[in-house]
Write a protein that binds this ligand. Structure first.
Ligand SMILES: C[S@@+](CC[C@H](N)C(=O)[O-])C[C@H]1O[C@@H](n2cnc3c(N)ncnc32)[C@H](O)[C@@H]1O
Length: 279
């Protein structure tokens, strides 16, 4: 996350330690820490070899991988700059003038440059703006930077819960809600969806841009399908057959099935959905 005196990202210095439970790192140059598969991944704006050596010594752990790279390379060679998606102009915090949404993308998925984020954003824009649906509540599963929730809130969705299991994603999403003055509309929850099935009952819109394995688990959980409308992505064409097989097909209706590059997007309404009752 950006903290003064930093106003943008230039180079990233990344250290992977073979330990999850490292104490909180207080350092002016830290961007954040990811905890993943028994590994702590620390991101800094500058070289921190000495600090990392001290952390390893104090905690009896080792560096298993280290890299320094341009921020653009972290973002797959894409320079993060303002872009238009649906009716939104999204801009990074270092170029915020005249933008509808301001974002600190940090090192978290959801800068808007991945095709799955971009198309989900367009779909959220489209459905949330549809007057007949009158969407007022939303669940954003795997929120990343919080971009999809922020977009929905900008269109007037009143109550949004945004969930992620990555603590740094939650901090970044919270900061992005604050940048966009939406802290009272969007509630960020640090929760692991593998162990906590989300409460979809009565929710107007459920957005889940996740990964195949987790989607498959959710699809097979009958209580997952108690919302009214679903925008789903995070899988490619070759994964579709397995995911289709995991759906309770007789209980659902596809409203849209599209693809952008190799990424797939499904818009689904359960047959019980209030949005299908009049059609
Ligand atoms: C593909 S990214 C999508 C981010 C954002 N919603 C977007 O569309 O750009 C998936 C997000 O899901 C989160 N995630 C992965 N596994 C999760 C789990 N078990 N529980 C909660 N969130 C999870 C990741 O941390 C990541 O931020």
């Amino acid at each position: 996350m950006l903290k003064s005196p930093y106003t943008k990202y230039n180079r990233l210095f990344v250290y992977y330690l073979d330990m999850m439970n490292i104490p909180k790192v207080e350092d002016p140059d830290i961007i954040g820490v990811w905890i993943e598969d028994n590994t702590a991944i620390l991101f800094f704006h500058c070289n921190k070899d000495d600090l990392i050596a001290r952390i390893c010594h104090a905690n009896h752990c080792e560096v298993i991988y280290q890299a320094d790279l341009d921020y653009e390379d972290w973002e797959a060679g894409q320079q993060i700059s303002r872009f238009q998606a649906g009716s939104f102009t999204v801009a990074p915090v270092w170029d915020e003038e005249d933008a509808d949404i301001i974002l600190d993308p940090s090192v978290i998925f959801g800068s808007g440059f991945h095709p799955s984020t971009r198309t989900c954003l367009q779909l959220v824009d489209k459905y949330v703006k549809t007057p007949e649906l009158s969407i007022t509540t939303m669940l954003d599963l795997g929120t990343g930077t919080g971009l999809l929730s922020i977009a929905a809130a900008k269109h007037g969705v009143e109550q949004i819960t945004a969930i992620d299991n990555n603590p740094l994603a939650c901090k970044v999403a919270q900061a992005n809600c604050t940048y966009n003055k939406l802290e009272t509309v969007i509630s960020i929850q640090e929760t692991d969806l593998r162990s906590h099935t989300p409460q979809t009952k009565g929710v107007d819109l459920v957005v889940a841009n996740l990964y195949r394995g987790l989607l498959e688990e959710l699809f097979q959980t009958s209580s997952f399908w108690q919302g009214n409308l679903y925008i789903l992505s995070g899988f490619v064409k070759s994964m579709e057959p397995e995911l289709l097989a995991a759906l309770p097909a007789d209980k659902l209706r596809f409203l849209e099935r599209t693809r952008k590059d190799q990424w797939c997007f499904w818009v689904i309404a359960p047959r019980e959905s209030k949005f299908l009752q009049s059609s």
